[in-house]
Structures are given as structure tokens and as C-alpha cells.
Design a protein around this ligand. Structure first.
Ligand SMILES: Nc1ncnc2c1ncn2[C@@H]1O[C@H](COP(=O)(O)OP(=O)(O)OP(=O)(O)O)[C@@H](O)[C@H]1O
Ligand SMILES: [Mg+2]
Length: 254
């Protein structure tokens, strides 16, 4: 099983949008679980999946008192399941803080379903709390959306440092998100991508109403607007991530 964390220290940069579209792209070939770690529950909402009522919420899951498979729901797409967040995820940092080896809890939970899924995508909340440490610890790749601006380039440095500080061997894959070519600062950022350790991939997701529509369609963009530049960009992003993490398809469920 390969784990991909979609993460940034910054909020509102397109993490959830990328997580949902990457999960959908990956499910064309692999058995995929999308785990929504954000109590806002946006990833589940976008795939029309409601949380199951599990006694003790995510606390019981972390404590090993409930099995993760009981909280997972299937989506309307083949090979794409969702572990939705409910209100109990608001306390996730505290729950981790009280646990032993607090940064390894997600990884431990995922061991339960190692045989069920080829790819797990983690939709992380913003910030650098224990939830993020857990996600990074378990991840083989950390995907970072960057809205072109000097500030968001700083967030890439922060994520890169955060990953280096962890024992995780995760590779950082950054891409430009919400690019508005009418803005000079965006055009300049596209022209002057940083190289070296904090390299940014060639994948560029434009700012477009087609992506905003995900909120009303409640579907991945590839399912309702497959020929758009944005849908193709997420396809390219998945191809790139797959090259990095090299998932292996076991038997498909459908
Ligand atoms: N390429 C895009 N073009 C236009 N709108 C976009 C694009 N990508 C994301 N959005 C919109 O921007 C908003 C924020 O996106 P998203 O929820 O994916 O960000 P996030 O990083 O997950 O936010 P948070 O930090 O709150 O979890 C959403 O309303 C989404 O529809
Ligand atoms: Mg989000």
C-alpha cells in the first residue's frame, strides 16, 4: 500500500480539491482509499459520502477500540472508498498527543487495511500540528499545492523542512494550483519556478470555474468535465505521483 499525503502549512490552496481528484485518477487503476483528516469534512462532501456513526469517533479508532474498516464507505466510483471526517476529528491533535508514539498512529491504523488498498490519499488540514506529523510519517509522497506567490513558495520550504525533520522518507511533489494567468505575479511565478531541493513540478492547475463547480456537482472534475485543462492537469499530477510512489495493483475489487 502506498500513502500520499496532500498537505500544506497554508489553508485554502487546493489541498482537498487535489486529494479528491488524485484519488479519482488513481482509482482508474488501483484500489484507493481517500481519508479525510479535516473536521470540515470537505473531501467527503465533494464525493457525496457521509460519515458513519462509530462509537467513540476517531478517538476509539486511534486507541485501537474500533476497526478502521467499520468507518469506511464506498463512493459511487469503482475502487474509490472514503473514510470521511466527522466532528470528532476536531480533537484529533489532542487524541494523538495522548497516544504513545503519537506521530505513528495513522501509520498503525493503516496497517489494518494494508491488503485492502493499493493507494491511500490523506487529505490533511492546514498547519503543522500532530495530524500533519502523522500524515507525513506514514506517507511515501507529500503533495503540496502552491498558489503562485512569494508567500506560498515559503510554505513549500516549510513543508520540505517539516518532512526532513521527520524520519519519513517521503518525497515532496509540489505543483502550481489555482494559477490565474491574468495576474502578473502568477505569470512570473510560473516562469521562475525554483529548482534544487524545493523543486516544483511542471503540473499547473489553472484557476477555473470548472473546478469551482465541484462543489455543486459533488464529483471529481474528471467525471463531468474530462477534457478541460484542469482535469488533464490532475491526470498529469497523478501520473507524476505514481512515478514517485510506484503503487502495485493487487486484485481489483470490481
Ligand atoms: N484551480 C481552481 N480554480 C478555482 N477554484 C479552485 C481551484 N482549486 C480550488 N478551488 C476552490 O478554492 C477553494 C479552496 O480549495 P480547497 O478546499 O481544495 O483548499 P484546501 O487547501 O483544502 O483548503 P483548507 O485549507 O481549508 O482545507 C474551494 O472553494 C475550491 O473549490
Ligand atoms: Mg481542505
Amino acid at each position: 500500500m502506498k500513502v500520499v499525503a496532500v498537505y500544506s502549512t497554508k489553508g485554502g490552496v487546493g489541498k482537498t480539491t487535489a486529494a479528491v481528484n488524485l484519488a479519482w485518477e488513481a482509482s482508474k487503476e488501483f484500489r484507493v482509499l481517500l481519508w479525510d483528516l479535516d473536521p470540515q469534512g470537505a473531501a467527503g462532501f465533494l464525493l457525496q459520502v457521509k460519515p458513519k456513526k462509530v462509537k467513540g469517533g476517531v478517538g476509539a479508532l486511534v486507541a485501537g477500540q474500533s476497526r478502521v474498516s467499520r468507518a469506511i464507505r464506498s463512493s459511487e466510483y469503482d475502487n474509490l472508498d472514503v473514510l470521511p471526517a466527522d466532528a470528532s476529528y476536531r480533537d484529533l491533535d489532542l487524541v494523538f498527543d495522548h497516544a504513545k508514539k503519537s506521530e505513528q498512529r495513522i501509520s498503525k491504523i493503516l496497517e489494518q487495511i494494508d491488503r485492502e488498498y493499493d493507494v491511500v490519499i490523506l487529505d490533511c488540514p492546514p498547519g503543522a500540528a500532530l495530524v500533519a506529523e502523522n500524515a507525513v510519517f506514514s506517507a511515501h509522497a507529500v503533495v503540496v499545492p502552491l498558489v503562485p506567490s512569494p508567500l506560498s513558495m515559503r510554505s513549500l520550504d516549510q513543508v520540505t523542512e517539516f518532512v526532513s525533520a521527520s524520519v519519513s522518507k517521503a518525497r515532496v511533489v509540489a505543483f502550481l494550483s489555482m494559477v490565474d494567468r491574468r495576474k502578473t505575479v502568477h505569470r512570473d511565478a510560473v516562469k521562475n519556478l525554483p529548482g534544487g531541493q524545493t523543486s516544483v513540478s511542471h503540473v499547473l492547475v489553472p484557476a477555473t470555474v470548472q473546478i469551482e463547480r465541484m462543489g455543486t456537482e459533488r464529483s471529481p472534475i474528471g467525471s463531468y468535465a474530462p477534457t478541460t485543462e484542469a482535469a488533464r492537469a490532475y491526470g498529469e499530477l497523478w501520473t507524476l505521483v505514481a512515478k514517485v510512489v510506484k503503487p502495485r495493483a493487487r486484485k481489483r475489487k470490481h
